[in-house]
Design a binder for this molecule. Structure first.
Ligand SMILES: [Zn+2]
Length: 90
């Protein structure tokens, strides 16, 4: 589980996500399945908010070590979009 302090903290992961372009499937709000289209590898990413702080975790090896991987970055991008759509519909 890593804390998302700012976009710059996961910037390199975001850059990699833009290159790899993994597929992000929304399971429910805050839970995503990220698939590497080249290798078919699938990881689960969870985004949550606690005490006003945002956290995210990924089931890949880098994610388990607390590093911001591109799966996490891709899911966080989808999560932010989903959250803003939800906010706009209320
Ligand atoms: Zn990952």
């Amino acid at each position: 589980m890593i804390q998302l302090t700012s976009a710059t903290a996961i910037e390199s992961a975001i850059t990699k996500a833009r290159t790899v372009k993994p597929r992000v499937r929304v399971n429910c709000f805050g839970r995503y399945t990220v698939t590497n289209k080249q290798t078919g590898a699938t990881y689960s990413v969870e985004c949550l908010k606690q005490d006003g702080k945002r956290f995210a975790s990924c089931t890949c090896r880098a994610g388990e070590l607390g590093r911001a991987c591109y799966h996490l970055a891709a899911a966080v991008a989808a999560h932010i979009q989903l959250a803003s759509e939800r906010a706009a519909s209320h």
